[in-house]
Design a protein around this ligand. Structure first.
Ligand SMILES: [Zn+2]
Ligand SMILES: [Zn+2]
Length: 141
């Protein structure tokens, strides 16, 4: 899905967010770059379009997006917060070498949740760490 400015505006309004230029740009960036970017990464990319941009305004925008549940916080990285536009249940794999974060599908029917039966689950966060295939191949050469 590509967010044109018009549809980004509509999407934000639908979620009770007043569409400002920064909010539209951040939403479009997240949608185009599903690599779980950090505030720094978003800033570096958007400063070219919006010279008056500050990191604080990006941070505030993301806080609002989190509050309205249109993004998820990926807390796999303890040094930096990463943001994910995909709020559906999926797992994350972080590579210890290249620090890339990969998405993977989870089949929740296969999880044993017997011990928390009757609880309300708002969010499932599944984190794996290890070495990705790209890095494994690299070390073999
Ligand atoms: Zn890697
Ligand atoms: Zn993800």
């Amino acid at each position: 899905m590509v967010f044109k400015t018009d549809s980004a505006k509509k999407y934000l309004k639908k979620h009770g967010i007043k569409p400002s230029t920064i909010r539209i740009k951040v939403l479009q960036y997240l949608n185009d770059n599903k690599c779980h970017p950090t505030v720094d990464e978003i800033y570096k990319e958007l400063i070219e379009d919006i010279p008056t941009l500050s990191k604080t305004s990006i941070y505030n925008t993301l806080e609002l997006f989190l509050e309205k549940n249109i993004v998820d916080l990926v807390s796999i990285d303890d040094k930096e917060s990463r943001y994910d536009i995909d709020t559906s249940a999926h797992g994350h794999f972080k590579c210890d070498i290249c620090n890339k974060i990969y998405d993977f599908n989870i089949d929740t029917s296969g999880l044993n949740e017997e011990d928390i039966k009757g609880f309300i689950i708002n969010k499932r966060k599944i984190y794996y760490e290890g070495i990705c295939k790209d890095c494994l191949n690299e070390s073999n050469h």
